[in-house]
Design a protein around this ligand. Structure first.
Ligand code: RRO
Length: 298
């Protein structure tokens, strides 16, 4: 698969946050199997994350308020990257900043490391202190932050966008204008679950990010809007669970997908989807998956 500057052996990547830093999945499949392995977000400085409960199940969905717990970029490079270096077919490191300049500072440190094939900027974590809006909701800010990262790295750059916006297209355009190569569409949808008898929210922080099959129609609609307006390289993410889900995203305009919540339901979901996609290609006589991208008819 062609994904902007990347060539992927297949279109199914792990979604950031759902497969840890890699070794967590090695009991289930070889890390070289996914089209790309995308790691949990790292920030410049260590973070302990949010108070529990951090997860709540909803019908066909999963709410999270994890809060970016991670050891910080320097400890990641020293202790975690060596555990996965050279194992995935394509290693994508997802990173974020707590303050604007920290995106470029983190990217600069990551750029200097061996074994990273691409970076994914997380402009869209829904679980920041006090429910503040993530950086990725304003086009001017998005362009400025992406440009600050582009200035310090030549690595392929994915920009992960927020679905919690009125119109994603100007934000997607700003990410490309700033120098992003690929758009990851999209992070989790803001949501809430409550136990009314207890008068309590089921997440420690009140609300959080919704993922899983419940969000796929929303994410597909966002991919459709971005593809139709910009014809750019897109990674579709949101509820990808089966090979048919993968094909639906490709046809809508994504050149690859990320699967996250599906891995909690079945740790073998990604290898199974990759096999399933190969089966669909065979059954339908598809010459190449690249030709499926954006082939939706009206
Ligand atoms: O750690 C989290 O709470 C989290 C992150 Br960084 C993100 O990008 N998306 C999400 O749903 N949760």
């Amino acid at each position: 698969m062609t994904l902007g500057p990347l060539k992927l052996q297949n279109p199914v990547m792990t979604a950031s946050g759902c497969c840890g830093f890699g070794p967590e999945m090695e009991d289930f499949f070889d890390l070289s199997v996914p089209g790309a392995l995308v790691l949990k977000t790292v920030t410049l400085n260590p973070r302990i994350g949010n108070p529990s409960p951090r997860l709540a199940e909803t019908p066909s969905g999963l709410l999270n308020s994890i809060g970016l717990p991670n050891p910080g970029v320097r400890a990641f490079l020293k202790n975690l990257l060596p555990l996965v270096r050279n194992k995935p077919s394509c290693l994508v490191v997802n990173f974020a900043g707590e303050r604007e300049p920290e995106f470029a500072e983190a990217a600069k440190l990551l750029d200097g490391a061996d074994g990273i094939d691409a970076l994914e900027m997380n402009l869209s974590c829904p679980n920041v202190e006090g429910g503040r809006l993530p950086f990725g909701t304003d086009p001017v800010t998005v362009k400025r932050i992406v440009a600050s990262v582009r200035a310090v790295t030549g690595l392929p750059l994915l920009v992960k966008l927020s679905p919690n916006v009125t119109d994603i297209v100007p934000i997607a355009e700003a990410a490309l204008d700033g120098g992003g190569d690929v758009l990851t569409v999209a992070n989790t949808l803001l949501g809430m679950s409550i136990d009314w008898r207890e008068r309590k929210a089921r997440l420690g922080t009140g609300f959080g990010g919704l993922s899983g099959p419940a969000v796929m129609p929303v994410a597909l609609r966002l991919v459709h809007q971005v593809w139709t307006a910009l014809r750019c390289p897109i990674v579709g993410v949101g509820g990808v669970t089966t090979a048919d889900d993968v094909m639906a995203y490709l046809v809508t305009g994504a050149a690859a997908v990320q699967a996250g919540t599906a891995c909690f339901m079945d740790p073998l979901a990604i290898p199974n989807m990759i096999d399933g996609v190969a089966g669909r290609v065979e059954e339908e006589g598809i010459a190449s998956l690249d030709e499926c991208v954006g082939s939706l008819k009206f």
